[in-house]
Design a protein around this ligand. Structure first.
Ligand code: ATP
Ligand code: MG
Length: 520
């Protein structure tokens, strides 16, 4: 493709409001254009990347026997009322009425629509199991859209939904899906980790998250290098260590559900994890940690755990060993796991890493099918709600997350599978007669590589070499080939990989061989 037809809009300087590398680089390389807060246009170059991610996801979904469909973005309120989420979803759900005063919302997810479809179209258990997926725009009125398409209001998601008549069948599809997700991230060339998002000790449905590893990630994930144990820090647990007897427990005070202070007791050096504390039924919602001034007012500043005035006293499971033998404490998992804590599986040191959540799979059970009446009949003629799984991947977030993982001071450095073009052809024109021969060689090279299935961007914008080269580095195309009159005289071309420090000059034949070897 010719650069002149691509509507490339690159920026020399960093946009002021972009806080993280991917947001800056997506704007500078002209992949996206902001329309409103959390709402973006995908420009031609960005769309090529988005489509490549989509295609890998689509192929891996099809490979495990899922079938593509397309559900509406506009969803009727009645279905959300039936599932109970019209009230429960909160302001992230953008609601509106049509000219007949009927309620609708823009779909933030599609469980209601798909379950409604299933209840009307799945008549017999012989139609099960079945998994449908779509790649579609979602709208969530996020309270704080930020980092460009990383946390947008309008974004592209692949969402799949499976239906089953028995738990083993759900488990099988769930495992197939988890493996398909691993293959997707492997094929995209991104360092990733699957973590348990299971609510662990508290019980609850089975769920896993997939994270792309990047220092700017919002989530901290904890993993055991010696086993498959990996969890979001919000849920991660360590094997309780032997609390040394000489240690003194520390007290964090939080507002109780009856309005009085509650003592949360941890080992010295431990930190409370707010999400874990947020789940305690003894505490006010949302979590309110009492500050020194508030405790001062209550006359409870520095009060020890055994003070009689606490509304309740809850010990962290690890610190509970510090409680006097005569005292049977209420316990819960409260502490933040730290680097080097013993793994709950092997006891070996746990590692911490930052990640960006790009996928989430979930065994829903009968939550939606029961609410909406998606039933099947067993051999005895007895009706049961179908079992369901749901499986999401943030297609547009993956593009941003990949840039977080793959960039340097000069710009984006796409992994091969995500690059908008594999090769950039840079003809150097001088305004002389030789320009014609240069452009004709560039075009012939372009056509030759394209015929071999290698996508090429022919930079015919007529930029000065320095400007063109830095632009192409910003775009992150894996290989660059330079054509010039001087090189043509030697029957040679110059090529350079995006990660290579220097360019190499070689014969046309050798350069083509090299590119084909890397890219075909
Ligand atoms: P988060 O905790 O980041 O808000 P979530 O738990 O709300 O994510 P899901 O409902 O599981 O996300 O959605 C599936 C996938 O969609 C996520 O794993 C993520 O990749 C993507 N996603 C969710 N919200 C956004 C958003 N606002 N912008 C871009 N992608 C998103
Ligand atoms: Mg969310």
């Amino acid at each position: 493709m010719k650069a002149s037809t691509l509507h490339l809009v690159t920026l020399r300087a960093d946009p002021a409001h972009a806080e993280i590398a991917s947001h800056r680089l997506m704007l500078r390389a002209g992949l996206i254009d902001q329309v409103a807060s959390g709402i973006y246009s995908w420009l031609p170059l960005g769309l090529r990347v988005l489509r490549r991610v989509e295609e890998v996801v689509r192929q891996e979904m099809n490979a495990i026997g899922c079938t593509e469909c397309l559900l509406p973005m506009v969803q009727p309120a009645e279905l959300w009322q039936a599932s109970g989420r019209w009230g429960a979803y909160g302001p992230e759900l953008l609601r509106f009425t049509d000219r007949h005063q009927r309620g609708f919302c823009l779909g933030p997810t599609h469980e209601e629509i798909i379950t409604d479809l299933a209840r009307r179209t799945i008549k017999s258990r012989h139609q099960l199991p079945i998994t449908l997926y779509q790649i579609q725009t979602k709208f969530r009125d996020e309270i704080r859209p930020r980092f460009g398409v990383m946390r947008a209001r309008e974004f592209l998601m692949k969402d799949a939904y499976s239906f089953h008549d028995n738990p083993a069948s759900l488990e099988k599809t769930y495992q197939d899906m988890a493996q398909a997700y691993q293959r997707i991230f492997e094929r995209l060339g991104l360092a990733h980790r699957r973590v348990s998002a299971d609510s662990g000790a508290i019980g609850g449905a089975v769920s896993h998250e997939f994270h792309i590893l990047a220092d700017s990630g919002e989530d901290v994930i904890v993993y055991d290098p010696d086993s498959s144990y990996a969890a979001n820090l919000e849920l991660a647990q360590a094997r309780p260590g032997q609390a040394a007897a000489y240690q003194k427990p520390i007290v964090v005070a939080a507002m109780g559900c009856h309005g009085g202070p509650v003592a949360l007791v941890l080992g010295s050096g431990d930190r409370l994890h707010p999400t874990k504390a947020g789940k305690l039924s003894q505490l006010a919602q949302p979590l309110h940690i009492l500050q020194d001034e508030e405790l001062q007012r209550l006359g409870m500043l520095s009060a020890p755990w055994h003070d009689q005035r606490w509304e309740a006293v809850i010990w962290d499971e690890g610190a509970a060993a510090l409680a006097p033998a005569s005292h049977i404490p209420h316990t819960a998992d409260l502490r933040t796991v730290q680097q080097g804590d013993p793994s709950p599986v092997t006891g070996k040191p746990l590692q911490l890493a930052r990640g960006i959540e790009v996928g989430h799979i979930f065994q829903l059970g009968s939550k939606y099918s029961a609410a909406l009446g998606a039933m099947i009949t067993d051999e005895k003629g007895q009706g049961h709600p179908m079992l369901m799984g749901c499986y999401g991947i943030g297609i547009s977030r993956i593009v941003a997350a990949a840039i977080e993982q793959c960039h340097d001071a000069r710009g984006i450095a796409w992994p091969k599978a995500m690059a908008p073009f594999q090769v950039a052809i840079a003809p150097l024109r001088t305004g002389n007669q030789s320009d014609e021969a240069v452009m004709s060689e560039a075009q012939s090279l372009h056509d030759h590589l394209e015929a071999q299935g290698i996508s090429c961007l022919l930079d015919d914008r007529g930029l000065r070499p320095g400007v063109m080269f830095s632009d192409l580095e910003l775009l992150g195309i894996p290989w660059r080939v330079v054509v010039s009159a001087r090189l043509l005289e030697q029957h040679a071309l110059e090529y350079q990989g995006r990660h290579e420090p220097n360019a190499t000059v070689d014969t046309r034949h050798a350069v083509l061989q090299e590119l084909l070897q890397h890219l075909a």
